[in-house]
Design a protein around this ligand. Structure first.
Ligand SMILES: [Zn+2]
Length: 87
């Protein structure tokens, strides 16, 4: 896809939802079990939202969409989030 970015590009979208720096949080993929910092994943930014994919197996980890004044957060691709005290 031509609009592929790294996970750091999604920092602003995620900062509006989570009270810590999500780019530093480690996410374990439900698809392949790989654990990577969100900042090291692949992000796809669209007009309606953001999709964060596992860089190892391409599973969708996090999907964020904004519509009609609401934010829709789908995290079914994340098995575990590891949030460090300093994040
Ligand atoms: Zn994966």
């Amino acid at each position: 896809m031509e609009n592929k970015l790294d996970g750091n590009a999604a920092a602003g979208v995620l900062q509006a939802i989570f009270p810590f720096d999500m780019t530093l949080v480690q996410a374990t993929c439900t698809g392949c079990g790989a654990t990577k910092a969100i900042g090291a994943t692949a992000a796809y930014m669209y007009g309606m939202g953001t999709i964060i994919r596992c860089p190892s197996c391409d599973t969708v980890l996090i999907r964020v969409a904004q519509a009609r004044g609401r934010t829709f957060l789908d995290m079914r691709g994340v098995r575990v989030l590891q949030i460090s005290a300093g994040a």
